[in-house]
Design a protein around this ligand. Sequence first.
Ligand code: GEK
Length: 244
Amino acid sequence: MTEHKRDNLFARPLGKVPKFVFDRSVVDIFPDMIQRSVPGYQTIINHTGELADRFVQQDSHIYDLGCSLGASTLAIRERIEGRNARIFAVDNSQAMLDKLATILQTQPSDTDTQLITNDICDIQITNASLVVLNFTLQFVPLARRSELISCIYKGLNPNGCLIISEKLHFEPESLNTLLTELHHQFKRDQGYSDLEISQKRDAIDKVLMPESLSTHIQRLKDCGFKSASPWFQCYNFGSLIAIK
Ligand code: GEK
């Protein structure tokens, strides 16, 4: 099993906490950070592979939007050998894609994989049988989310699948507080201190903007998806599938 550098970005008191960015300091600790911060992360990645097996069509395109170090891309590639599909792994962090390029070199595959440095709102989506937004839509400005989902819908082939995994907001506020506290307990159990938890919360405030499940489902329906449903949830994190 690969050993990853431990995330200690927020371990010391920072005074004024800077806003979170996906720069080089985050790249090396990223696998450790996401595993210890997102309950159910590995389950969602594994099932992204399972869904790829079911949905990826022969000679089609797959988009891993906000791919970071390619966890979803790698899980998908394991399941779609021989389909002549092409994966576009997109991220606007050059630091992430530089590292992903070195990771892909160590894991050969017959699936052509193109790395694209761009904003996911500014790319063209065509001939897609699977589009993955694993913990990325939450960083896209609220005003641009409908346009992005609509563009994904238009680029999907009939029966194509969109996976959206997100941190979620709940109502009433008491339920949101409960699920947030359970998430913070999960982080404590993973070895994060109260200082790390509170400084990280300040760093992602207004950078990561969670929405409710009903908002996600309504937007998917409004954009034309014939079905949309959560398939996984742990505390205030969940994953949805939408089928064209
Ligand atoms: C995984 N999917 O391991 N355009 C392009 N990339 C973006 C944008 C944008 N507008 N906004 C954010 N990103 C991965 C994890 S991490 C989730 C995804 C997290 C990128 C950003 O650079 C980062 O690499 C990724 O989206 C979000 O399953 O850290 O919570």
